[in-house]
Design a protein around this ligand. Sequence first.
Ligand SMILES: [Fe+2]
Ligand SMILES: [Fe+2]
Length: 223
Amino acid sequence: MRNKVLDKKICLLAKEYMQDHMKLDSSHDINHVYRVLFMAMDIAQYEIANAEIVYLAAILHDIGRRYESEQNRSHAAIGADMAYKFLINNEYDSKKSLWVSDCIRSHRHSDLIEPTTIEGKILFDADKLDFTGTMGISRTLMSMSKMNKPLYCVMDKSTRVGGHFFEYYDSVLRKVSEKMYTARAKEIANKRKEIADIFVSEMKNEINQCYTMEQLIESLFSS
Ligand SMILES: [Fe+2]
Ligand SMILES: [Fe+2]
């Protein structure tokens, strides 16, 4: 980690600015921002990275989310522009403001903008870490429930738009670590995956146990 002394004033202002702009969204709330911040600082310890840029990028990374639907563009792009203006307005160095802004612009995997700096890669990985392990499962279930998506499809074999949780777990959540840049994030993600796999396997066991009763019901009908 480089630049271990953080500018306390701008960091506190950024924290207040983030609190004023966060969207009310249980899977992307202030707690998510703090988890990303703490994991980003953890990863930064293993890299030659500017700690202040990592801190500011992490604390401000999702401020654009609240304005996504009204502006009809990615929250990463909105947040990057907002963060740049906020930092410049608070007399933060213009080169460093752009550096923070670029990290935020590239933190979203689906925008297909690759982070070009180690600080951007750290933010990307810390944000993706919140989609791993039991936290990833919990946040996914919260998001899927808002979209009325099912946990699984056994009785109803018809293909449902967007699939169900178990399908999403196998196709997306189990593969999150493959997209990560830093060794430290991959290490944390792989440890979390072991626990998450056990949890999901237990869920499937419980569901299968319930469905064995289906055969008993069938036998009761025919007797
Ligand atoms: Fe985001
Ligand atoms: Fe995020």
